[in-house]
Design a protein around this ligand. Sequence first.
Ligand SMILES: *Cc1c(COP(=O)(O)O)cnc(C)c1O
Length: 410
Amino acid sequence: MKGFTTKILNTELPKKDPYGSIHIPIYDNVAFEFESSKEISEAFLGRINRHVYSRISNPTVEYFEKRIKVLTDSLGVLALSSGMAAISNLILTVVGAGDNIVCTKYIFGNTYSLFSYTLKKFNIEARFVDPQNHEEIERAIDDKTRLIFLESITNPQLIVSDFEKITKIAKNKNILLVVDTTATPPPIFKAKDFGIDVEIISSTKFISAGATSIGGLIIDYGTYNWGNNPYLKEYYKKFGPYTLLSKLRNEVYRNLGACLSPHNAFLQSLGLETIHLRVEKACKNALFIANYLNYIDIIKNVRYPGLESFPDYNLAIKYFPVYQGSILTFELPTKEKCFSFMDNLKIIRKSTNINDNRSLIIHPATTIFSEYDENDRLKLGVTNTTIRLSVGIEDVEDLIEDINNSLKKI
Ligand SMILES: *Cc1c(COP(=O)(O)O)cnc(C)c1O
């Protein structure tokens, strides 16, 4: 078995390139030509495996999917136009009107909005639970529950769930377990080792190699019996473990049209070639900065999953043994001091993204949580003095100097 980056760099091209190109070319075409009417008919009937139209499949996108499949050792992968497209395509495939989903209440804002408002119109109920309260999860499940939805490290609360305990609950009740691992993509977390059925990743973040493009992934580990799902039962008879991936490709993904563009697939595939290096640098920087901030008097409540003082440290080390992500939070005495600190920074930028090559800082209460009222915000652990820092791959001494210089001025 080869190492992580070796595997990526040696993922075989689907066909030998006529010019010997080492990279997969960007196949920026819509349609594919066939030799005969019989051949095109067979392709439409699914009797031969060919690209027909790039909204359904495309060689550059397929190669990106193959690399993800190789490095996650999964059954199959679907690449989509965004992380939100991955989540919505999955939900619309496995959930129907009158059903419910059980999901963590600490959840990415747009996912929260999708689950609470958009899906509600289709009579799909989201039951928000505390992911650390396993009884609450069990109580929320009934015979209309189609899936449990978690995030690997929530943001900005940085809560780590006990995946093994929740996997047991899901398996006992035959419920699909879906985890959004955007904050901990490979090589940080091996979802396959912990009983997760379907992994969702926004490849916009770490994978895109520094915020080059938007994209999303649905990764199926082949562990869920799709015969348990009322909408997939029939498909299951024909497709077995490939039920979800086939239903998406042949219907939901094709019909909703949220395909990844070949350009973005190329950028993100390139991102995979260096992801190990970038994750290592960013996570090392994050741990260094978290330790450093812990010793500064004016800074309180430094939270980073790799700090021994972190409440879920044992879980974090179990699931993310080498790198614990690149996001940390801390507090300054007042909101004004938070703003002043952020405004005086010269290298760390004020921006909403995470896992960029650059370090990005944000005041969640007045930005990504500004749609919530203060009470709801506090329940979600977002105070008026919380700052979130997504640490990049800059030279760490420059980041420390930037922080020190800014603190002097607040
Ligand atoms: C960014 C993000 C998403 C959405 O991804 P997009 O590619 O922006 O659509 C979903 N979940 C988490 C945890 C994220 O950080």
